[in-house]
Design a protein around this ligand. Sequence first.
Ligand code: ZN
Ligand code: ZN
Length: 370
Amino acid sequence: MSATINPLANPKGGKKLCELCQKPAYLQCTKCRVTYYCDVAHQQADWNSIHNKACELLILIRSPAPLHSWQTDRDHHHMQTQKRLEQLMELSHAESKRRVSEGKYEEALPAAQLSLRCAMDVYGPNAVEHVPAYLLLAEANMGLGFLSQAEGYLSKAQWTTMKTLGCSQVILHQLHRTLGRLYTATGRYRSALLHFANDIFHASEEFGLNSVVSAGGYFLMANVFVKEEKPDIAISLYSQVTSIWHMHLSKMVEHYSQRGTQGEQHFDEAQLAEVDQMLNVMLEAQQQGVNTHQSAMLSHSLGQSALLSHSLAMFWFLCRDHSKALDFGRKAAEFSRQCEEQNSLAESIQSLIQEVEKHITIQQIPTIQQ
Ligand SMILES: [Zn+2]
Ligand SMILES: [Zn+2]
């Protein structure tokens, strides 16, 4: 798929171009009649990614301005179009992001492209608002193994942020995190570490040094040290991430028990997959430590395994998967029993297990009565 992307609007009277590859088009979407494709494969790919949701909005966006009307009518039409473009930009960004988090990179691409084209139409060329779409395009391409395409989008993003005065910390943190990921994938570990350090710096400015957002940067940095076969540095960074997440989840559970907010969604799908994977990677690393370390490190690894299993138990409790919560709760209790020292931790593990068991019993009642 071409990396060059043209603005969204089809030039008036100009040649019709394919929505996906911008080559001459021979097919038209029969529903909206304002979107064109070079072949059936591209039409199908766009439909599956975003066009099924964007089709109707595009009719309004691409319909020409009223011709012989008053200036005020034309201004109104322009404002409406801008609003719809922003709406479509957000919709396609969200759709693409969801696909990336599900690992459906191929399907994420057309939606990310559409999001970029909307941003171009709304904010004009070289605007910092293009960066979120560049990052998504980079992530999707990285997922597909197209590393040079990913690098292309990231250099555009880097260039755009360099030209922007007062660029937001959030954008800079996301940019450096994606660059760090790319350099990790290409084996350029020194550069990866430098970008993760920048990622953590900007994330800390916005969210605080001990926030879970900054912890994401420490985790990715630790993974690079694992690849570089420096397990001691990795383990010490993992411990920092563990303590941040353990504290964060403990607060969430406490908040949940006080307010009893049933049905509240604590993590979206993308976070769910990411947090689950991260906590499990660290738990595995600590368990390896339990198996291989001498007695000096054993107690540390056991303590960390207890914290991580407890974190996973709290995480699944908040996600209302009570059987997983119970499994990890029991694991946590076992680790904490083995390392003996942490009494307050043992107590909170026990009270979580009791809470989870209550939920499991409640859920079972209707089936028992039948
Ligand atoms: Zn095409
Ligand atoms: Zn259509």
